[in-house]
Design a protein around this ligand. Structure first.
Ligand SMILES: C[S@@+](CC[C@H](N)C(=O)[O-])C[C@H]1O[C@@H](n2cnc3c(N)ncnc32)[C@H](O)[C@@H]1O
Length: 492
């Protein structure tokens, strides 16, 4: 299944052939292999669309449940305790739970947390009551009479004008109806979650590439090529389809005929996932050492992707104010040019817990990464030469690797000896210079007591952002799954 990749170093388009980076490549070369089972579809959310539950909310950064199944079979020979510190919509947790694992996830974005909560409600809700409520809703021709300003959409600056006004009134009327008329709390929560799931569909926006794109019909200023997202369904049509889909997954018999999915949900006897809402940078240090058998995760990539902008509609729907969204943006693992340093906050938080020595150790690990500092130096020189289109990319990359050092150190600490980590991540390119994120994170992992077993590269097929493609053609960046294993005393 696995074949060695080309040994030609000229295939290795990384931050020039600089000495320390080259040495790193040579060190890991025997473990870098293209993996034909792991293709981009398996790793991306696409493969979830038809599966029960996973298709409710399209969390486009998610990986597939099939990937989690595959990785768990590679990492462990029996179910144990799993952690995902960047759990998103919870794919790792639910896929592992179906395989009998006890699962724990950390997520900072309320949208991911709401998605996981809905999924858990789905496992316990009275499905017949949901179907009855749905049928009553489907019989309502117009939600406008239920409109109540108490449930009005609280727009933030970046969501204003996102919906056709009449459809926004339908949305609000539907919410008011659910709050007033549905007494069964889990059923009501699922009905409201259904509304969250259709926000993008009924809006003038589309989650596209790295940004939220706005349709010209919104009246927002457009670039040289006005964007048209195509047919925008009315709220009533979109919610009806979503409710059918959910009912179909919850109660396949009651909701006959099966309308959307051929995959019957799997019933698991493993306990419900444990979800911790907040930043992994704060939560991981409080988890007990040697307590997890495996970690499967995909952190944000160092690609300037801003989750708070992509999910602005859903965040506003969940009653987050502009200030809350800005604060959230700063708390996310640094991957946008707006992120400021968290060094002082991390120092304070470790100190408050009497763990200043641990902070110092992690800080030293970061500063001891010669290849990393060589790469960061090169990017800084590129900035000085005017080669970056945003000067803050330098700070972003520094902060990304700084924070990832804390994450990797803490993941290694909480893992049981012999336990494994599988991490999905992409390399990135700025000003034509590839940042070998895979090699740099693997080097940090080794310093933290993890053995790098594999760097599986996925089938190629994707460049970086469209702006960069224009300038640098279609040269491709490595997208990888790294497999690390915590060394045991016997290995030392
Ligand atoms: C690539 S996505 C993971 C998607 C996930 N694998 C799934 O299948 O849904 C990265 C996630 O990390 C979350 N995140 C970013 N910074 C975080 C932090 N400091 N602590 C916890 N989660 C964070 C983002 O909100 C996002 O959901």
């Amino acid at each position: 299944v696995i074949e060695s990749i080309s040994e030609r170093l000229d295939d290795f388009q990384t931050v020039a052939a600089s000495s320390h980076t080259l040495k790193l490549y040579e060190r890991f070369q025997d473990r870098i292999a293209s993996h034909q089972t792991l293709n981009r579809t398996l790793v991306s959310f696409q493969a979830n669309k038809a599966a029960a539950y996973y298709g409710w909310f399209r969390y486009k950064e998610g990986f597939s449940h099939a990937l989690v199944g595959y990785l768990l079979r590679q990492l462990a020979n029996k179910p144990g305790i799993l952690l995902d510190p960047f759990v998103g919509s919870g794919v790792a947790l639910f896929a592992a739970q179906e395989m009998g694992w006890q699962t724990h996830g950390i997520e900072i974005l309320p949208v991911g947390v709401a998605t996981m909560q809905a999924r858990m409600l789905g496992q316990t809700v009275d499905a017949a009551a949901f179907v009855t409520a749905m049928q009553a809703i489907l019989a309502i021709p117009d939600f406008d009479p239920y409109f109540d300003v108490a449930y009005a959409f609280r727009h933030i600056a970046i969501t204003k004008g996102a919906f056709p006004p009449a459809e926004e009134r339908q949305l609000v009327g539907y919410q008011a109806y659910c709050h007033r008329q549905i007494g069964d709390v889990p059923v009501r929560q699922l009905l409201l979650f259904a509304a969250l799931c259709v926000l993008e569909d009924i809006s003038y926006t589309r989650k596209d590439g790295q940004y939220l794109r706005w349709d010209a019909r919104s009246g927002r200023a457009q670039g040289s090529k006005p964007f048209n997202k195509g047919y925008i369904p009315p709220f009533r049509q979109a919610i009806a389809a979503k409710l059918h889909q959910m009912a179909n997954d919850l109660a396949p018999v009651a909701a006959q005929p099966r309308l959307f999915s051929d995959d019957a949900p799997t019933i698991s006897t493993a306990p419900m996932p444990v979800i911790m809402q907040g930043s992994s940078l704060d939560i991981l240090p409080n988890l007990a050492s040697n307590s997890f058998d495996a970690i499967i995760t995909s952190p944000p990539y160092a690609n300037r992707y801003d989750y708070t902008r992509t999910y602005a509609l859903e965040l506003a729907f969940l009653r987050n104010t502009s200030e809350a969204v800005k604060a959230l943006r700063q708390s996310l693992l640094s991957c946008t040019v707006e992120n400021k340093s968290k060094e002082q906050a991390l120092r304070n938080s470790y100190a408050d817990q009497g763990q200043l020595a641990q902070f110092t150790t992690i800080n030293q690990i970061f500063h001891s990464q010669v290849a990393l500092h060589e790469v960061l130096g090169q990017i800084e020189r590129l900035r000085q030469a005017g080669g970056l289109n945003n000067a803050n990319v330098v700070r972003m990359l520094h902060n990304y690797f700084y924070e990832m050092t804390f994450i990797i150190f803490e993941m290694a600490r909480v893992l049981k000896p012999g336990g494994s980590i599988a991490m999905v991540n992409d390399n990135v390119r700025y000003g034509g210079t590839e940042i070998p994120v895979d090699l740099l994170l693997c080097a940090i992992a080794e310093t933290c007591g993890l053995h790098v077993r594999h760097i599986w590269t996925l089938e190629r097929g994707k460049g970086n952002s469209s702006q960069q493609m224009g300038q640098h053609g279609r040269s491709e960046l490595r997208k990888c799954v790294y497999v690390w294993q915590k060394v045991t005393d016997g290995d030392a």
